[in-house]
Design a protein around this ligand. Sequence first.
Ligand code: SR1
Ligand code: MG
Length: 402
Amino acid sequence: AAQSYELLTVENVPAYIAGRPALARLVDPATIRRVREVGDGNMNLVFAVETQGGPGVVLKQSMPYVRVDPEWPITPDRNRIEARVLAVHGEVAPGLVPALYDVDEERHVMALEDLSDHRVWRGLLNEGHRNEGVAADLGGYVARVAFGTSIFGLGAEAHKAAVAAAVNPELCEITEDLVFTEPYIEHEHNRILPANEADVAAYAGDPAVRTAIGMAKIAFMTHAEALIHGDLHTGSVLVRPEAPGAPRSTRAFDVEFAFYGPVGFDIGALWGNYVLAAARGFALGDEEHAAWVLGLAGETWDAFEREFTALWPERVDPRVYGDGVLAAYLARVRADAAAYGAAKAARRVIGFSRVTDIETLPEDVRAKAIRGVLHAARHLLTAPPTPSVFDGVGGLLAAATA
Ligand code: SR1
Ligand code: MG
């Protein structure tokens, strides 16, 4: 893809900072001690800048293509879109996303709070750490965004303007393809172990699964409920465990896939990634860790419901949106989350963009974990969407990985 602006490098970052007054005020270029390229996501360049004795900063730059596949063009304007969403989420959910310091729309760079004392949650889960409270923090984050950016928090007119200002068609198309389409068709992106061919055929070929996925895709594309994160997997969460003198800190980051969509998609992304982490635990014989991970689904949900319900009295227009609406709305979000959780887990074991929870397992163990994930996904998509539907997941994962 054609590129008309200079990309950042470890070498040119200090000069870049010196040329941005808002940044140079924050980070004196003369004190820069080290610049590291730390991006390990699929999409962007990320640099961590350390200084002598002062705060550091993180720079995130978007190229006009996907980082892991330069032949795949994608708008670099995703950087501006992400920065805008980060500002909105920082308003409605303070302390739960990184602070935004600067946005450069010409070179598609944003400057963010240095969170190098945090770690990506997926890595912590893979290592067997049990960071209490993180799943609930994230339920609270989703609730604050779900309420604050919705018709309930904004009212009709502001909600319409916000929907119009937040369209993100290219990134949404990636999700539409990678999550809802490619795993269900023959596609060059799909990678299936010989031992899992029958499992994938049984899952993706089940008419009930296909109908549920089709319906979930329609809702994803048309239910403009709130300015959702859009990619809230455990690799999009930074955690600083509680330590003497430092409280726990949980931050959702990488909001470039944000758009006005169904709230259940964010809860479901977390649930789907809990399924993947638990499948790893069962496959490695650590049933205790797997059970703890599966308990996170209830913690996220309970915190979401608690926070959303606490915000409910502030809603715009209680004449129509009474408490019956609250109960019905929450029930629908939970049912949506089950379907999206399934879709998000299944895509990570069939299609493009895999996760370390599964990929770092030895092949024979991995095949069992994938089988468990597909059984769990099929259950979440096809069982009646009762409040306890997630309770069936543990048995299916355990049986497949025994
Ligand atoms: C082109 S790869 C896109 C994927 O990476 C992100 O993590 C999202 O999950 C997206 O589907
Ligand atoms: Mg990401």
